[in-house]
Design a protein around this ligand. Structure first.
Ligand SMILES: C[S@@+](CC[C@H](N)C(=O)[O-])C[C@H]1O[C@@H](n2cnc3c(N)ncnc32)[C@H](O)[C@@H]1O
Length: 274
């Protein structure tokens, strides 16, 4: 593993993550032999607006029965949603060993392990054959990746001709420094923000055609405003993304919110076809 990848793995490392989630479910009185996807939906989607935005994104495209790759899948919430709601076969890859172990265990727990397959690995060297997937999906991952060209080239390589690339991401609007920590980086060394124009130009050069793009900034700000206010008043929630972000959750969320409010960064989702 190279130095940046080690730092990324450290950034997200939470020892005993699966066991912590199990303890939390037990404390909430959930029967551990009958855990539902909805029981873990507050923790298993690690991006601004969590399950809410994924629900919107899946309504914009017909996923029925398709084979999907989630790049930087985290602990697998979006992959399980696609598998469960659309009978997809979903593959997830992530740099974090602990996230992948947790993704596998959570899929077993909610009985979706036949339809989801998670492996540890690097988005820049995907261990899949060319033209393996109908859809490549990625949410809040590329800001940890410096070599954007290689990232999107790998997306293209593993997609079938006519396949679909769906993203939901954080982009910079200018070169102003952010305050750290933010949810994807404790320090600037693992943050590689690009502009939307940069991504568009790479995708165009690779031959992708844009079907749709949606500015998600206002909804992201409204969500974070509510969350940060709540956390400032009541402290970190008992369940929720603080399980993934640790002690600095409030600081990370506040810095993210302030960067959005200060017009330094923006959120966008979109769909491209190969
Ligand atoms: C903010 S989390 C998002 C997780 C997931 N996409 C979600 O929305 O729930 C970012 C994820 O990207 C992964 N990641 C960052 N760089 C990566 C790389 N080069 N290859 C694979 N995964 C990477 C991290 O390990 C982390 O799980």
């Amino acid at each position: 593993m190279n130095e940046i990848n080690k730092q990324v793995e450290n950034q997200y490392h939470r020892p005993h993550l699966f066991e912590d989630i199990l303890n939390l479910l037990a404390q909430q009185g959930v029967d551990l032999n009958n855990v539902l996807r909805s029981d873990i939906s507050g923790v298993d989607e690690f991006h601004v607006r969590g399950a809410e935005i994924s629900k919107e994104l899946v309504s914009e495209f017909n996923f029925n029965g398709l084979t999907v790759l989630d790049i930087g899948c985290g602990i697998g919430g979006p992959a399980r949603r696609l598998a469960d709601e659309f009978n997809c076969k979903v593959y997830g890859i992530d740099m974090s060993h602990e996230f992948i172990r947790t993704a596998q265990e959570l899929s077993r727990l909610v009985k979706l392990d036949n339809q989801t397959k998670f492996i540890q690995g690097d988005a820049l060297a995907l261990p899949y054959k060319d033209a393996s997937f109908d859809v490549v999906w990625t949410q809040h991952v590329q800001m940890n990746i410096e070599n954007k060209n290689q990232f999107y080239s790998e997306v293209k390589r593993v997609l079938k001709n006519g396949g679909t690339f769906i993203y939901y991401d954080i982009f910079k609007k200018n070169n102003e420094d952010l305050n750290y920590p933010v949810p994807w980086a404790n320090e600037p060394t693992v943050s590689f923000l690009q502009t939307i124009a940069n991504m568009e130009s790479i995708l165009k050069n690779l031959g992708f055609v844009r079907t749709k793009s949606t500015d998600q900034t206002a909804k992201g700000i409204a969500f974070l405003n509510h969350l940060v206010q709540k956390m400032n008043n009541e402290g970190p929630p008992k369940s929720g993304l603080n399980i993934l972000m640790g002690n600095s959750t409030i600081e990370k969320m506040s810095n993210l919110l302030n960067a959005l409010l200060g017009n330094k960064i923006e959120l966008e989702s979109g769909i491209y076809s190969k």
